[in-house]
Design a protein around this ligand. Structure first.
Ligand code: KG4
Ligand code: ZN
Length: 331
């Protein structure tokens, strides 16, 4: 099959995005409407406001994505839409819109997993990247270490037992008054600080993670001494998080012998984490991949790419498809 055009639709959280991707690898357009400015007033995503904003803009974003791709809506081969995981009301906007398009255009509807989408962000960044590899997905909602054996073959090796990494970034940033979303704010401030504060790393058996201890220690230090240097606190926080992530990646490499580590999700934009993984790459003779920054955070191109691999594997959804807020990877 050649020249397959997938229209991707993403509305799982606070970005409305529509994209056209050719053959799972080439982004023809990727329009993203972020609601961050609306939610930052509340210090986090307000689910009902998110759903309403998706409803207002989704048609316009779709028109723009089709126009920027230089195609006609009827040229697409299938519609891939995020089915889950995510906020149910937000997901339902994209799912319902995709169903309408599928019905009217008589094109297949492909329900697609958001986490598999994050992984696929790397297929768009590296057109020659193929499984098998070890994938570390670090986002606002998820922290998963996954063995990716094929485009549709996943095995979760470890996950967080408490906060997702991005959630820990956002909570720390809120308490030390950096605002929302916290990840990019901590990333910037940490560049001015030193790693000089020792933070406790939870001991977790196997390949699971825990970030709540690190987060709570940072928050307690700030409460105990409001004049503590915030830049040092951020730098030390990022260092502790990186140590926790790398410890399990290292264990997985020793257990399974992967030669490629692929990062995905919003937190994989973090410059300190990237630096630490680059150092690991040099000392351990493995390849490390990260999506280009815009493909790390939520976007529809990654959904179109993951949807392409569903499509060529014959995974088509029916018009009674529902949103699944806790959809698991590989389901
Ligand atoms: O993947 P994503 O857009 O949404 C989810 O599927 O959860 O990830 C959003 C998360 C937020 O927690 C945000 O603070 C974090 O990614 N993030 C970052 C950076 N940019 C975004 N965390 C650390 N450093 C960054 N530069
Ligand atoms: Zn995401």
């Amino acid at each position: 099959m050649e020249n397959i055009l997938i229209l991707g639709i993403e509305s799982s959280c606070d970005e409305t995005s529509v994209s056209v991707v050719r053959n799972g690898r080439e982004v023809l357009s990727n329009v993203i409407n972020s609601q961050i400015d609306i939610h930052k007033e509340y210090g986090g995503v307000v689910p009902e406001i998110a759903s309403r904003c998706h409803t207002e803009v989704i048609n316009q974003i779709t028109k723009q994505a089709v126009k920027e791709a230089g195609i006609k809506l009827n040229d697409i081969d299938a519609i891939a839409v995020t089915q889950g995981p995510g906020l149910v009301g937000a997901l339902l906007v994209g799912v319902s819109y995709a169903k309408g398009l599928s019905y009217v255009l008589k094109k297949p509807l492909i329900g697609t997993n958001h986490i598999e989408g994050h992984i696929a962000g790397n297929y768009l960044t590296y057109p020659d990247l193929k499984p098998p590899f070890l994938c570390l997905i670090i986002s606002g909602g998820h922290t998963h270490l996954v063995k990716v054996s094929g485009y549709k073959e996943f095995e979760i090796l470890g996950k967080t037992r408490d906060d997702a990494v991005g959630e820990a970034f956002d909570k720390v940033a809120r308490v030390i008054d950096l605002g929302y979303p916290g990840g990019p704010k901590i990333d910037n401030l940490a560049k001015e600080g030193k790693v000089n504060i020792k933070l406790p790393l939870a001991h977790v058996d196997g390949l699971d993670f825990s970030f709540s201890g690190i987060k709570t220690a940072v928050i307690n230090m700030h409460h105990k001494d409001p004049n503590i240097n915030k830049a040092d606190l951020c730098a030390s926080f990022e260092n502790a998080v990186s140590e926790m992530l790398l410890a399990n990646v290292n264990k997985a490499i020793e257990m399974y012998g992967f030669d490629k580590i692929v990062l995905a999700g919003g937190v994989s934009r973090n410059s300190y984490i990237r630096k630490k993984f680059d150092e690991y790459k040099e000392s351990h003779n493995v390849e490390v991949y990260y999506p280009e920054p815009i493909l790390c955070t939520d976007n529809a191109a990654m959904i179109a790419s993951a949807g392409y691999y569903n499509y060529i594997n014959g995974k088509e959804s029916k018009l009674n498809m529902n949103a699944i807020p806790n959809l698991k990877i590989g389901e």
